[in-house]
Design a protein around this ligand. Structure first.
Ligand SMILES: Nc1ncnc2c1ncn2[C@@H]1O[C@H](COP(=O)(O)OP(=O)(O)OP(=O)(O)O)[C@@H](O)[C@H]1O
Ligand code: SF4
Ligand SMILES: [Mg+2]
Length: 329
């Protein structure tokens, strides 16, 4: 598996009257690590993923795999495999599970059929399914089982990177955990390089080595998972964490649960067709100009994340760090 790097990647839809769904994103999925990409609906997560998979053209920037621009590999098999939210729509209902997985295997020539059968069985076992499932059809399996098949199919393509887009969102809560466990086990065993997308930070934190937080087309914070979870530096990340029912609640400052501030925080997301000037979060920010009028800078100047291991795009990020931690990267 290999490193995937996004450099100033932008994706625009709909010409001059359209909107920029992904706006100047810098993001690295290091070799053998899982990067969790989190953000609310419409923040641009799937668009970024689809751009990497070559399903959506870039309007700016570039995407590199092992240091080589992906665009120069046209004609080759895409070295990225995607797993989507709905396993029913990503598998052909008329094809047996075994055939669906075998389709992604590149085994040809003498003895290929036997090798394919053996490899399909090995992959099914790897994702925790009975190898006999090769003879089943999608309609005979549950959503959780199908998502395991989708993972097996992705692995069969021997990709450099796997992109998993909301792969547990359509599953029953009771099954979500087992699929997440599987992703974690596979990652440890195979050292997968993976971009793992979810709108739910509680899901992402379960599998991610690093976390990137996206808001209105931009990455507003990224860093090692444990640092993002224990010391979030961007108010939006704090807001996402506040929705996670866990011990991470204890790291919230009183500010984040003050009712007046909460009202600001619960405001509707900005219109992506007309993103606010300056910091895109300023209409919702509990430490921004709506609550603290002196902070006009947030309306005027777009905060850039510094190039640290753990970085947040906020003029006042240091305020959210626990005493003594300001400036650490
Ligand atoms: N093909 C398209 N044409 C026009 N606009 C699009 C297209 N695809 C996405 N968008 C817009 O781009 C923005 C980002 O959408 P995207 O699907 O990437 O968000 P997301 O973060 O994946 O959301 P979700 O959590 O709901 O999956 C949205 O405002 C969406 O309406
Ligand atoms: S720059 Fe200002 S408005 Fe934006 S997140 Fe930071 S404090 Fe809030
Ligand atoms: Mg999406």
């Amino acid at each position: 598996m290999s490193e995937l790097r996004f450099e100033q990647v932008s994706v625009r839809f709909g010409g001059r009257r359209g909107m920029t769904a992904v706006d100047g994103v810098d993001l690295v999925v290091p070799r053998g690590q899982v990067v969790g990409l989190v953000g609310e609906s419409g923040s641009g997560k799937s668009t970024l993923a689809r751009a990497a998979a070559g399903l959506t053209p870039l309007s700016g920037g570039r995407i590199l795999l092992k240091g080589q621009p992906l665009s120069t590999r046209q004609g080759e098999r895409r070295p990225l495999q995607m797993v989507f939210q709905d396993p029913h729509s990503s598998l052909n209902p008329r094809m047996s599970i075994g055939d669906s997985i075998a389709e992604s295997l590149s085994l040809y020539g003498k003895g290929a059929k036997a090798k394919r059968t053996a490899e399909v069985q090995r992959l099914l076992e790897m994702v925790g399914l009975d190898p006999q499932r090769a003879f089943s059809y999608p309609g005979q399996m549950s959503g959780g089982q199908l998502q395991r098949v989708a993972l097996a199919r992705a692995l069969a393509g021997q990709p450099e990177v796997i992109i998993a887009d909301e792969i547990t969102s359509a599953l029953d809560v009771s099954v979500q955990g087992t699929v997440l466990n599987l992703v974690r086990d596979l990652q440890r065993e195979l050292r997968l390089s993976m971009l793992f997308i979810s709108h739910n930070l509680a899901v992402v934190r379960y599998v991610a080595d690093r976390i990137a937080v996206m808001y209105l087309g931009r990455i507003v914070e990224q860093g090692p998972a444990e640092q993002i979870l224990s010391n979030p530096q961007h108010p939006y990340t704090k807001d996402l964490l506040a929705a996670v029912p866990s011990h991470t609640r204890s790291s919230l400052t009183p500010m984040a649960i003050d009712p007046a501030v909460r009202a600001v925080n619960d405001a509707e997301p900005a219109d992506p067709h007309h993103p606010p000037s300056g910091c895109r979060y300023h209409m919702r920010c509990p430490i921004g100009p709506l609550v603290l009028p002196g902070r006009g800078i947030c309306k005027e100047s777009d905060p850039a994340a510094e190039d640290h291991q753990h970085a947040a795009a906020c003029h006042f990020a240091d305020e959210l760090l626990p005493a003594g931690k300001a400036g650490l990267s």
